[in-house]
Design a protein around this ligand. Structure first.
Ligand SMILES: O=C(O)CCC(=O)C(=O)O
Length: 302
């Protein structure tokens, strides 16, 4: 088993005291109401220091060169881009379980503190994460991430408060493959099996919803380096191809509130398992423990 210890922050009994400067970055009651209504939120200010992102960029370069601080004892069963797989989209899941600099970014307490406010929760744990790189499309128009909901990929989770933060490693411009959310779609029905991450035909996926008369408003997460966005676990999202002439690099960190637990889940008679069920410790009844501090560390607690 991978041995990962959380030594990055001095969490005394899991309490991290925000500085006054950090407190000023927390969402207001209006921001929370906006998130609840629209299913997404962009921090108005920069919340991740440049040096943390720059370190993560270096960490990702080392990661792509094959360097690991911890090794996941499985090569398959998750998105695990390898050199030679093509550069349109490099999707690597669970990078915070593999590379120190990326773990440091994923576990920034301010991320958890903002997520706790938005979801009116007492504490926030990391659930999973992914590093997504997109080479410039060079006119080919390839490299979209298809519309999906994160919760559709986490059916073993009980909480309806799951959310994710999306952290671009540079200014996120409209032509540089920003994450795009469908405004208000967290309130729609029929999204529980929307697992089209690898489907490139973006209009086709949304056709069903348009035919049902749903208003489809695409909102690109355009922001400056250091700002981050959040989206609800049931918000439909994806990303456009990278039409710019620079690489696009970002990390998504998926988060769970303190109430979230494992639940057995079946789809069409087949039992569904999350990959991390293999890695995390087990409860006395043998089920995966989604509060295992090694695999699902607490990022923020009141
Ligand atoms: O970075 C991307 O393009 C995709 C990220 C994503 O799908 C997610 O945050 O769930």
């Amino acid at each position: 088993m991978i041995a990962i210890k959380d030594n990055f922050y001095h969490l005394k009994d899991n309490v991290y005291h925000l500085t006054e400067e950090e407190m000023a970055l927390l969402p207001t009651e209006d921001d929370i109401a906006f998130y609840e209504e629209h299913g997404w939120f962009i921090t108005p200010q920069r919340v991740i220091p440049d040096e943390v992102i720059d370190e993560a960029i270096l960490g990702s370069e080392k990661f792509y060169q094959g360097e690991r601080d911890w090794v996941i004892p499985y090569q398959t069963g998750y998105s695990n881009w390898q050199p030679g797989d093509g550069d349109e989209i490099r999707n690597n899941e669970f990078v915070s379980l593999q590379k120190l600099e990326l773990r440091k970014l994923a576990l920034q307490p301010i991320i958890g503190a903002i997520a706790a406010k938005l979801t009116r929760s007492k504490s926030i744990r990391r659930f999973e994460d992914q590093l997504v790189y997109k080479a410039p499309t060079k006119g080919l128009g390839k490299g979209a991430v298809g519309w999906h909901t994160d919760h559709a990929y986490s059916s073993n989770c009980t909480s309806d408060k799951l959310l994710a933060t999306w952290i671009p490693f540079h200014d996120s411009e409209e032509n540089r493959a920003p994450l795009v959310v469908i405004d208000g779609s967290h309130k729609w029905t029929g999204t529980e099996h929307l697992r089209d991450f690898n489907q490139q035909d973006l209009p086709k996926i949304l056709q069903k919803f348009a035919e049902e008369g749903k208003e489809i408003k695409e909102v690109p997460m355009v922001m400056k380096k250091g700002q981050i966005s959040f989206h609800h676990g049931w918000t439909i999202h994806g990303s456009y191809p990278n039409y710019s002439d620079q690489v696009r690099l970002a990390m998504a960190v998926h988060l769970q509130d303190e109430t979230n637990q494992y639940q057995p889940f079946w789809n069409n008679g087949k039992q569904i398992h999350h990959f991390l069920d293999l890695l995390c410790r087990k409860l006395p009844n043998g089920e995966p423990d989604y509060s295992d501090p090694e695999i699902f560390p607490t990022i923020w607690s009141e």
